[in-house]
Design a protein around this ligand. Structure first.
Ligand SMILES: [Zn+2]
Length: 230
């Protein structure tokens, strides 16, 4: 029996899930980079895939096409809803529907009062903007995919599972960032996955925190994860 790294369910058959979603690696990622995969049940694999695609779409809409850390991501996203890139009629219709859905998701506001932004994704500096375009990103989606990536990284680095009596926390804000950075400078180890995906991990000497990690995607989407033993 094999075990799913994410939900810990056991089954005879497992799929392989990419710890960092396959479609999140920018075009300029060196070929020889190992793209981590872990054993995952079919249900986790499918569930995460959906959220990963949605996050890529929403974040990708805010990325510049020539951003070195995200080369090809903004393009991928634009093409995914461009009917002129379709292979056939059905594909074209799907892309058209997707485009309409995206347009509905956009929020256009003349003022940014009381709006909260994900760190690193604030309004662009320009004196000429009269209406701001915004796209909503669900904190729950970020927490779930962030958690998934940390569980996968833990498994790849330590060769074991985060058991159900351990806890996992994901932070996207700056809460506790200073303590975290000092921990990282002392114990941190960089894991290189090309220009778009950056992972720094540490196994601190104190016994409560089993594993800490900072993930930077496309130079802007940043989160930190803590795995704690109870
Ligand atoms: Zn699972």
């Amino acid at each position: 029996m094999k075990q799913c790294v994410y939900c810990l369910r056991k089954a005879k058959k497992m799929t392989k899930d990419h710890v960092f979603p396959k479609s999140w690696y920018p075009r300029n990622t060196p070929k020889q980079i190992e793209r981590w995969t872990v054993p995952s049940c079919y249900s986790c694999n499918q569930k995460f895939k959906e959220i990963e695609e949605d996050l890529k779409l929403r974040i990708g809409l805010t990325l510049a096409p020539d951003d070195f850390n995200a080369l090809g991501i903004a393009d991928d996203v634009r093409r995914s809803y461009d009917p002129s890139c379709a292979r056939n009629k059905k594909d074209a219709d799907n892309r058209k529907m997707k485009k309409e859905k995206i347009l509905k998701n956009f929020i256009r506001e003349a003022s940014l009062e009381n709006k909260r932004f994900m760190p690193n994704f604030g309004p662009q500096r320009s004196g000429k903007i009269k209406v701001y375009s915004m796209v909503e990103i669900s904190p729950e989606s970020v927490r779930r995919i962030g958690g998934k990536i940390i569980l996968g990284a833990y498994y790849k680095i330590l060769g074991k599972l985060v058991e159900s009596d351990m806890s996992l926390d994901i932070y996207t804000d700056d809460a506790g960032a200073d303590d975290f950075e000092s921990l990282m400078s002392k114990y941190g180890k960089k894991n290189y996955f090309g220009p778009g995906i950056n992972l720094v991990t540490a196994i601190p000497a104190d016994e409560k925190s089993a594993f800490v990690a900072k993930v930077t995607i496309w130079g802007r989407f940043i989160f930190r994860g803590f795995v704690l033993t109870q």
